[in-house]
Design a protein around this ligand. Sequence first.
Ligand code: GLA
Length: 379
Amino acid sequence: MELKDKIVKAFAEHFGGEGILFASAGRINLIGEHTDYNGGFVFPGAIDKVIMADIRPNGTDKVNLYSLDLDESATFGLNEEDAPAAQWARYVFGVCRETIKRGGTVKGFDAAFAGNVPLGAGLSSSAALESCFAYAVNDLFNDNKIEKFELAKIGQSTEHNYCGVNCGIMDQFASVFGKKNCLIRLDCRSLEYEYFPFEIDGYRLVLVDSVVKHELVDSPYNKRRQSCERVASRLGIETLRDADMEMLESVKNEISAEDYIRAKFVIEEKERVLDVCDALNRGDIDTVGRLMYATHDGLSRDYEVSCEELDYLNDIAKECGVTGSRIMGGGFGGCTINLVANDKYDHFIATAKEKFNARYGHEPKIYDVIISDGARRCE
Ligand code: GLA
C-alpha cells in the first residue's frame, strides 16, 4: 500500500473520518558540512523520501498523535508543562511550542503520520517531521502567515530546546525550501539562498548507507560546535565564517590542538562550497568530485566525525573510479553521498555490497537520490 493510503487508513481507524495531508522531505547535502552553525555556506536539496501526516483540528486544546511506524500513540496539551515523555512526540510538541512562542496560533488536533526517510541515516528524518508539522500548523491555524524561514527556525529551535541537539539551520531549511531537481546554496549568515538546477548529464547521485546508527543527541556533535565557538570567540569574531587560515595560525599557540584542527576544517570547507558551485557552473564535474573527496578526508581526519565503515565505503568508491564520494550529514554513522558516472554505477554498487558484506557481515543500503519538493500540503 502506498504511504499516503496507509496514513489515511490509520487516521480513519484511530480518529474516524479524514484529515488533511501534509508532507515534508528528508535532505541530502552535496557539500558544506558543519558549516551551517559557523555562518558558512551549505548546498543541500530535499529528496523524495518524506514524513507525511494526516491532520485535523479537533476543537479541544489537546494534540493526539498516532505514529504508524512505531504503532504508538501520544497525547499532550499545548502548555510548556505538558511535554510528552516519548521522544518522537517531543518533536511535534516542540514545533507547537515554538510556534506559540513566536506569537503563532496552535489549537488541538488529531494526527496520524508515517514516513519513508530512513532513520539515523543522516537524511534528517527529524527535520522532515518538524517541517511537516510546522508547515501544517501554519496552514491550518495561521493562514500561512508565518514566513518559510521562520518555519525552518521553528524546527531548528525544536531540536535545540526539546531534543538536545544544537544543530544549525541546514536540515530544516532544505526540508522547507526544497524544490524538485534543484540544490540550494544557502549562506547561513545572511540567509540568502539560490536555487541551482541540478541535473548532470551522464552522472547520478547515490547514497550508500553504512547502517551504522547515527544519533546526534548527546553526541560529540555539540562538542564540535563548542570547539568552533571557542575559536571564534578567541579571534573576536561572531562565527568562523569570518576567519581565514592566517587568523587561525595567529592564535594557534593559544588554543588547544583539537580546537585548531576543527576550525581548520571549517575554514577549508566553507571555501569548498563556493568552489563546487563555480565548478558546476563551468561543467567541471571532476573538480566537484575532487572537492567531495577532500571534504571526506577533512571530516575523517580533522573533524573526526567519520567511522571505520564510512572510511571503508569511501575507499571502495575511490577504487571503483567514483567521481566524488564523502560522508554526508552530521557524521558518526549514516551514509556516504556519491557522484557516479552512469557507466561506473553498476560496478560500484556491486563492489560496495560485496566488500562491505565480506568485512561487516551485512550489505550497505543503497538509495538513488531524486531531488524533490520540500514541505507542502498534499492535494
Ligand atoms: C546535522 C545538523 C545540521 C548540520 C549537519 C552537518 O545534520 O542537523 O545542522 O550541522 O549535521 O553539516
